[in-house]
Design a protein around this ligand. Structure first.
Ligand SMILES: Nc1nc2c(c(=O)[nH]1)N[C@H]1C(S)=C(S)[C@@H](COP(=O)(O)O)O[C@H]1N2
Ligand SMILES: [Mo]
Length: 548
C-alpha cells in the first residue's frame, strides 16, 4: 500500500484498503522525510564544524583532513595509478567520493532515527572519530582539533533530535487505534489538526536548521578567507633570508635520535591562544616604547629592510619534563633587538622589556639578555621560510638561553622598556618565575624506553642542552655502574643542543641506563628531581630496556 504524497508526510490514499477500513487518521511518515532530516542534520554539523575550524585557524577543515588522511593511508600502489589515471582531477574525485560517503551516512542516520536513537548516534560517533583522527595526524593538536569535531558532533545530535521529533510524534499517532475515528467527527478533526501541526512543525524546524546551516557556512567562508588571504600573503613574501644549511658534524649518526634541526612541521607548539592571531604583513605594526628616548613605530617592511641576523637557536619550554620533547632547534632569521633598543635609546633604571602579543599574552625579559652579545632577535624567518602562522607570523621574539615563556613572544606587537617591579606577565601572575634561564638537561632517545636490544655492545644516544652556556661532556651509566663518557656531536656555538652517543656492554636481562651532562662552566647536571613549576624541571633522564 503506497501513501499519497502529503507534503513530506503521507496519508493513506483514498480508496486504498486502509481508507476503506476507516484509517482516516492513519498517516505515515515517509522515508523521504526521515532521510531529509538526516541529510540536513549532517550538513548542519559539517557547516558548524567548518566554521569553528576556520575560527580556530585550523589549516584544514575536517573534510579536507579526512580526504588527506585517506591519501596518506592508501598504499602507494593504489594512489599512484589513480593519480596517473585521474590526473589533476584526483583530489576533486576523492573529495567527491568523501562527500558522497558522507551524504550516504547522513541518509542512513536519518532512516535509522526512525527506529533507534543509538544507531544514528553511532554513525555520528564514527564520522566524528574519523575526522578527529585525521586532524590529529595532520598535525593539529588535541585541544584545538577536538573543538571543531565536538561542535559538529553536538550539532548533529541536537539537529537530529529537533528535526525528527515531529516525525516521531506522527509515527506515534499512527500507533493509536483510530480505525473508527471517522465515526466520531471530533476525533477525526483532532487527528487532522495534530497531523497538520506536526507537518508544520517539521517544516519550521527544517527552515530553522537550514538557516543555521547557511549562516555557519557563510561565517566559515569569511573566516577562512581571512586566513587564506594571510597565508597567500605569507607565501608571496620574498624575504632576504638564507635557507638552513646544517653544519657538518652536528649529526652524530645514530638512528632514532631526534634530528639536530627540527623542521617547522615537527617543531613543538605552545600557546594560550585558542584562535591564533592571523596578521597580514601589511597590517603589521610594532611599537617600541616605555623608558626610551625615542619611541619607534615599525612596519613589517621596516623590519625586512634592516640588516638581518641569522642563527641556529634551540628553543625550549619550561614545561618540558625530564626526557620530554617540548624542544626544537631551528635556523632563525631576524632583526637584532640590541640594534633596535640602541636606536630607541634605553633610559637608565630600566631592567626589563615587557612584550605583548596580538592576542594579549605578555612576558618579560631581562634587558641584559637583549643587549648583550647574544643573538636575541625579532625573528621573521624560521628554517628559511617566513614564520609559520602558528609559530608567530609575522614577527616573534627569540632569545638564546631563556625559556620560551619569558622570551619567545609570538605575534609580537608591543615592546615596552620598563622595570620588573612595574609589571606582572601572563605566567608570572600564575605562579611561574619572573626570570628563567634554561636549565642544563640531557635526554636519551635511543634505545626507546622499554626496548629489546641484543645483549653485548649497545649504542645509547640522545641530545643534551645548556643554551648559551654550552655542554662540555655527557656521560651514561648502566644500572648505577660507572659513568661512561659519550661522544659529542659538533655545534656551531653554545646556543644549540648537541647530539651525543655512547657504547656500553650489557649482559642479557633487564637494565636501566641514565644520562647526565656537564656544562662548560664545569657544573654537573643535578640528580635532584624537581617539577617544571616554577622555573623548569631537573633530574637525570633514565630509561629501562631489555637485552636478550
Ligand atoms: N603570544 C604568545 N607567545 C608565546 C606563548 C603564548 O602562549 N602566546 N607561549 C610561549 C611559550 S610558553 C613557549 S615555550 C614558546 C613556544 O614557541 P613555539 O610554539 O613556536 O614552539 O612560545 C612562547 N610565546
Ligand atoms: Mo613554554
Amino acid at each position: 500500500m503506497r501513501g499519497r504524497p502529503y507534503g513530506l508526510l503521507t496519508a493513506a490514499a483514498p480508496g486504498s484498503e486502509a481508507d476503506r477500513r476507516g484509517y482516516i487518521g492513519k498517516m505515515r511518515t515517509t522515508h523521504g522525510a526521515w532521510a531529509s532530516a538526516g541529510v540536513l542534520t549532517g550538513l548542519a554539523g559539517l557547516a558548524v564544524s567548518h566554521a569553528v575550524a576556520s575560527g580556530l585557524n585550523i589549516r584544514e577543515s575536517p573534510i579536507v583532513a579526512v580526504s588527506e588522511s585517506i591519501i596518506r593511508a592508501t598504499p602507494g600502489s593504489v594512489v599512484e595509478p589513480a593519480i596517473r589515471l585521474l590526473g589533476s582531477w584526483n583530489k576533486t574525485v576523492l573529495l567527491a567520493l568523501v562527500v558522497i560517503g558522507l551524504l550516504a551516512s547522513f541518509v542512513a542516520a536519518g532512516l535509522l532515527a526512525r527506529r533507534s536513537t543509538w544507531l544514528p548516534a553511532a554513525i555520528f560517533v564514527a564520522l566524528g572519530g574519523a575526522a578527529l583522527a585525521a586532524l590529529l595526524t595532520s598535525g593539529t593538536t588535541m585541544t584545538t582539533g577536538s573543538m571543531p569535531v565536538a561542535a559538529g558532533f553536538v550539532t548533529w545530535i541536537l539537529a537530529l533530535n529537533v528535526l525528527t521529533e515531529p516525525l516521531r510524534r506522527t509515527a506515534a499517532l499512527n500507533e493509536l487505534p483510530v480505525e473508527r475515528a471517522e465515526a466520531i467527527p471530533e476525533a477525526s478533526a483532532l487527528l487532522a489538526t495534530t497531523r497538520d501541526l506536526n507537518r508544520r512543525g517539521f517544516l519550521v524546524r527544517i527552515g530553522a536548521i537550514g538557516a543555521i546551516t547557511l549562516v555557519a557556512t557563510g561565517l566559515g567562508g569569511l573566516l577562512s578567507r581571512d586566513r587564506g588571504r594571510v597565508q597567500a600573503a605569507r607565501e608571496m613574501l620574498k624575504l632576504p633570508i638564507t635557507p638552513p644549511v646544517q653544519p657538518d658534524g652536528t649529526k652524530i649518526g645514530v638512528d632514532g635520535i631526534a634530528p639536530w634541526r627540527t623542521s617547522n612541521e615537527k617543531f613543538y607548539l605552545i600557546h594560550t591562544a585558542i584562535a591564533v592571531p592571523v596578521i597580514a604583513p601589511d597590517d603589521y605594526a610594532l611599537r617600541i616604547h616605555g623608558a626610551v628616548e625615542r619611541e619607534l613605530n615599525l612596519s613589517y617592511q621596516d623590519l625586512v629592510d634592516r640588516e638581518l641576523t641569522e642563527a641556529w637557536i634551540t628553543l625550549n619550554c619550561v614545561s618540558n619534563e625530564v626526557g620530554g620533547d617540548l624542544i626544537g632547534n631551528a635556523w632563525w632569521s631576524g632583526v637584532k633587538i640590541s640594534d633596535l633598543l640602541a636606536e630607541a635609546g634605553v633610559r637608565p633604571g630600566a631592567n626589563a622589556v615587557l612584550q605583548t602579543s596580538a592576542d594579549g599574552w605578555t612576558c618579560g625579559t631581562p634587558l641584559a639578555a637583549l643587549t648583550d652579545e647574544r643573538s636575541a632577535m625579532l625573528a621573521l624567518g624560521m628554517n628559511g621560510d617566513p614564520l609559520p602562522v602558528e609559530h608567530g607570523f609575522p614577527v616573534r621574539m627569540i632569545v638564546p638561553g631563556l625559556y620560551g615563556f619569558v622570551s619567545a613572544t609570538k605575534w609580537l606587537v608591543d615592546l615596552e622598556v620598563t622595570n620588573f617591579d612595574d609589571f606582572e606577565a601572563y605566567w608570572t601572575s600564575r605562579g611561574w618565575s619572573e626570570q628563567a634561564p634554561v636549565k642544563m638537561a640531557s635526554r636519551i632517545d635511543v634505545p626507546d624506553s622499554g626496548a629489546r636490544v641484543a645483549a653485548g655492545r649497545v649504542r645509547i644516544g640522545g641530545s643534551a642542552w645548556a643554551q648559551h652556556t654550552g655542554i662540555s661532556a655527557v656521560d651514561v651509566s648502566v644500572d648505577g655502574g660507572p659513568w661512561v663518557a659519550a661522544d659529542l656531536g659538533e655545534v656551531p656555538h653554545d646556543d644549540t643542543w648537541v647530539q651525543w652517543a655512547a657504547s656500553v656492554e650489557v649482559e642479557p636481562g633487564e637494565h636501566r641506563v641514565a644520562v647526565r651532562a656537564t656544562d662548560k662552566t664545569g657544573l654537573v647536571q643535578t640528580s635532584v628531581e624537581r617539577d617544571v613549576v616554577p622555573d623548569g624541571a631537573t633530574g637525570w633522564h633514565s630509561i629501562p630496556f631489555t637485552a636478550a
